[in-house]
Design a protein around this ligand. Sequence first.
Ligand code: FAD
Length: 487
Amino acid sequence: MDRFGKSLVWFRRDLRDVDHAALHHALARSGEVCCVFIFDKLILDPLPRDDRRVEFIHDSAAELDAALRAAGGGLIVLHGDPVEEIPALAARLGAEAVLANHDYEPYAVQRDVRVAAALERDGRAWLSFKDQVIFEKNEVMTRGGTPFSVFTPYKKAWLAALHAGGDDDSVQPWVTSGLPGRLAPPPAGDMPSLEALGFSRTNLASLPLGTGMSGGARLLERFVERLGDYQRLRDYPAASGTSLLSVHLRFGTVSVRSLARLALQAMRSGQGADGGATWLSELIWRDFYFMILHWHPRVVSEAFRPEYDRIEWETGEQADRLFAAWCEGRTGYPLVDAAMLQLRRTGFMHNRLRMVTASFLVKDLGIDWRRGERYFAQQLNDFDLSANNGGWQWAASSGCDAQPYFRIFNPVTQSERFDPQGGFIRHFLPQLGRLSDKHLHAPWLAPRSALDAAGIVIGRDYPAPVVDHDEARRRTLARYAVVRKSG
Ligand code: FAD
């Protein structure tokens, strides 16, 4: 194994200094370790100036810098194109190797190939490691050596791989202290402010997400107490049933291994075993979609099942109007509208509601899932190409192991079932607050007396439904007939 006098760790979507594969390997194999984070101009430039994710990254990088400084090092923070910045920085520092954790998105894969080639030209090494998933690429395959495309057998094989080593090796932490190497302090220069990067603060600080390792740890601490109830509560957006950790997983301010260990502990202790097992399943879905993206990068623009690209979606002015109503929470279906307002105001949307709103766009409004996927990508704090694409293709029925095309969520019955007392709807649509639980889910069907008593005029205080669900359902079944014919 090569050893290096000096190496450089490039942090990307792994903004923590504990349980970090690349940092572990750098400290284990180098005399001195420098650390860098780059605000990638190519990603940042097209974003609106008030993007919550940039603020999240900025504040998380600042916390990482402080943690590294406390251990004698620090974070060099640059703003530019990594393909130029990384080789130039490695040369300036005299680093013999650059180490990073794998990134699976097509843009990142290409970027890393170019960085590695430039380093190689300069005689420097490029090493990268698995860190953001438990099992990656070809680590969990069918007996025939092909990638899985159905979740349940994948999950079975995933669990078998986890237990194969006996000690849950795959979820053990990568220690970053007590290793031979030492962190090198960065050359003088402060972390750029958010404003210096051209961005402004958003309402992120008022949301219950926190930033950085400390924010992730706080959420986790609170969630541990609720893990036992996860299975029972996770589908109810008015309940605090889920962890809210997705943004921290996205930017690596928590380690996925620590979450898997927690789930396994709950399963084995007998306390909260069901909650632990269901939560672990969600983490396995996350690995599953990363694996799908690795083997089928074409899903970024195409249906996983090619026959679904024969569907003719609604286009033109009427479709644009309906799309705008969906984005802005003006469809007349309260659960859909409240969910879309949650997304706009907080950058988060509960999983059940992601399924309901995605289904509504595709199967009630007849609009191409790719349009919805793009909108979610702009809005979600936790936007992750693999999970977002997987979720949208699931809802559109075009994905691997997706919901069958003839299964069409009814937005009213979903509302009655998953927000029965309307706690979620009333929070985001206070104008409906005085409607009874019975009428809240479909206000246009409420008798005049009930609307009068609640002070609501449909069309003035709240929109009439933009489509009739039963008619939309019939249109969707006809639209999807091309899939049946080709099957
Ligand atoms: P918890 O219920 O606490 O789950 C724990 C973790 O497991 C999550 O943080 C997440 O990392 C992972 N997870 C949970 N459900 C899924 C799933 N279905 N697929 C993959 N991973 C999962 N998740 C994203 O992280 N980024 C996205 O861009 C994204 N887009 C989605 C789009 C659609 C249309 C749908 C239906 C789902 C999408 N999801 C996405 C999955 C899921 O909705 C979110 O991960 C979850 O709502 C995050 O909340 P939480 O952290 O409280 O989750």
